[in-house]
Design a protein around this ligand. Structure first.
Ligand code: HEC
Length: 102
């Protein structure tokens, strides 16, 4: 296992994947799909397999207004820092055509 993979595995343990999944079911699945791999329309980005630090940064930036999108600003506003960590790790571990982590 590489150092980067070990660090990600440690993060996956720290994040609560079940809590992440619950949030996604409640809010995000309506657009991004439950596994983040099959968004409900092509305008909604695929999230499955995306790096968790990227996803978490995007969510923090929508929340702070550093990244501007009216839809996602509203979504991110409802998430705590822990929610962000959980949903980012949940999407990262989903099977995906975006990922090349082998
Ligand atoms: C109403 C539809 C909708 C819902 C619900 C929604 N999103 Fe999004 N999401 C979008 C759209 C549209 C974009 C693209 C915005 C942009 O261009 O910045 C996006 C972008 C993102 C991005 C950035 C992706 C990238 O490649 O940079 C992340 C991360 C994200 N959403 C996570 C979530 C999470 C987590 C939730 C649930 C808490 C959620 N979204 C709920 C529509 C939605």
């Amino acid at each position: 296992m590489t150092l980067a993979a070990a660090a990600l595995a440690a993060n996956a343990l720290a994040a609560d994947l079940a809590a992440g999944k619950k949030k996604v079911e409640e809010i995000c699945a309506a657009c991004h799909g439950i596994d983040g791999a099959k968004p409900t329309t092509p305008e909604y980005p695929k999230l499955a397999g995306q790096y968790p630090d990227y996803l978490a940064k995007a969510l923090r930036d929508y929340k702070s207004g550093a990244r501007k999108n009216p839809i996602m600003a509203g979504m991110a506003a409802t998430l705590t820092d822990k929610d962000i960590e959980n949903v980012a790790m949940y999407f990262y571990v989903q099977p995906s055509e975006l990922a090349s982590r082998y």
